[in-house]
Write a protein that binds this ligand. Structure first.
Ligand code: SF4
Ligand code: SF4
Length: 131
């Protein structure tokens, strides 16, 4: 199974995300879930990304919009506090940046190789509203 290529599966084959019985998966934290070896949780897909989001906590209001809208469940939030981005699974789509409501935004997209500390040090300033 571990060495089966994507084009070797029979049509209609199903890969299970979790091993064993699943109970209250929504109420179970990621690190406590019983992910199977063929789920994307254990297989990093980060190399798909050409741009990455960088999180600047100084402007974050913990609205959780990024957590709600991320299509890859890659926003890490604990007790309704935004903590950061799971870079093993983020695919760099930029949706979290689009929905972030702060001014300046608390998440911005940068090239994959950008240095986080450098970008945070030169973060954009507040944009004035057009009158
Ligand atoms: S860039 Fe896309 S995949 Fe990555 S954290 Fe933001 S919304 Fe999620
Ligand atoms: S959308 Fe922006 S302000 Fe809201 S929790 Fe995410 S980073 Fe923070």
């Amino acid at each position: 199974m571990a060495n089966t290529g994507w084009d070797e599966f029979e049509i209609g084959a199903m890969l299970r995300t979790f091993d064993g019985a699943i109970e209250d998966i929504a109420g179970t934290r990621q690190e406590d879930r019983n992910y199977s070896p063929n789920s994307s949780f254990t297989a990093s897909v980060a190399d798909w990304r050409i741009e990455k989001p960088i999180f600047n906590k100084d402007y974050c209001i913990d609205c959780q919009f990024c957590w709600i809208y991320c299509p890859d469940v890659s926003i890490i939030s604990r007790d309704k506090k935004m903590i950061g981005v799971d870079m093993d699974h983020c695919k760099g789509c930029g949706i979290c940046v689009e929905v972030c409501p702060t001014n300046p935004k608390s998440l911005l997209m940068f090239p994959e190789l950008a240095d986080e500390e450098t970008e945070i040090a030169s973060w954009p300033t507040k944009e004035e509203k057009e009158k």
